[in-house]
Design a protein around this ligand. Structure first.
Ligand code: MG
Length: 217
């Protein structure tokens, strides 16, 4: 899986797909979860990525797949133990993305203390919109996120409501994982998550970013 870095025009091989759970207080509440004191981090495989105009395939193993619209930061310069003040210097591009979640499998995993990898990692469970150069986003904490299902708005949020900012997430994650060019960071979803059905058309948007459209089958 490769992406074109909009700043250099070069191909970036997608590396780790880092995802943040419960990064908006009202989403934590709707999930019956507490608001975390530290970022909740999980990973998806790069094979979960599907680009705009693509298709999300509902797996047989689940009967309840939810949409979660999220701002995605694409890492350019890598590093480790990055200071929060320099966090955004490591972002090459932004995109809007969807963290598709098999909610039934995730709920079962949570109850049993098992990992979320299966609930989050199926093929096509990480739709990713077109990239725009990071310089075109003056402040990643000042963006409106939205998700429409078949033209009806289901999620509407603001990145200013993130519990942990993009810069602080990059700093935090880089203290665990060495960040490399082409790593992706899905920064969490605002409230309003809900199920998708075969035939649904999902349109994810974020201020100033090209939209992401996928069909569900
Ligand atoms: Mg999410």
């Amino acid at each position: 899986m490769t992406l074109i870095d909009p700043s250099t025009g070069e191909r970036l091989r997608v590396g780790k797909v880092l995802c943040i759970g419960r990064n908006y207080a009202r989403h934590a509440v709707e999930m019956g979860s507490t608001v975390p004191k530290r970022p909740v981090v999980f990973l998806k495989p790069s094979t979960a990525i599907v680009r705009t105009q693509g298709t999300v395939v509902l797996p047989e193993m689940t009967s309840n797949v939810h949409h979660e619209v999220e701002l995605v930061a694409v890492i350019g310069p890598g590093g480790r133990s990055i200071r929060e003040a320099e966090g955004l210097d490591h972002v090459a591009a932004y995109a809007v993305g969807l963290d598709m979640t098999a909610r039934d499998l995730q709920s079962e995993a949570k109850k049993k203390g098992k990992p979320w990898s299966v609930a989050k990692g199926f093929d096509t469970f990480a739709p990713l919109g077109p990239l725009i150069h990071a310089n075109e986003v003056a402040d990643p904490q000042a963006l409106t996120l939205s998700l429409k299902v078949n033209g009806t708005v289901r999620q509407h949020g603001h990145t200013g409501d993130m519990i942990f900012t993009v810069a602080s997430l990059i700093s935090y994650c880089s203290r665990i994982f060495t960040l490399e060019p082409g790593d992706l960071l899905y920064t969490g979803t605002p409230e309003g998550v809900g199920p998708v059905m075969p035939g649904d058309r999902l349109e994810a948007g974020c201020t100033g970013l090209p939209p992401l459209t996928v069909k569900v089958v």
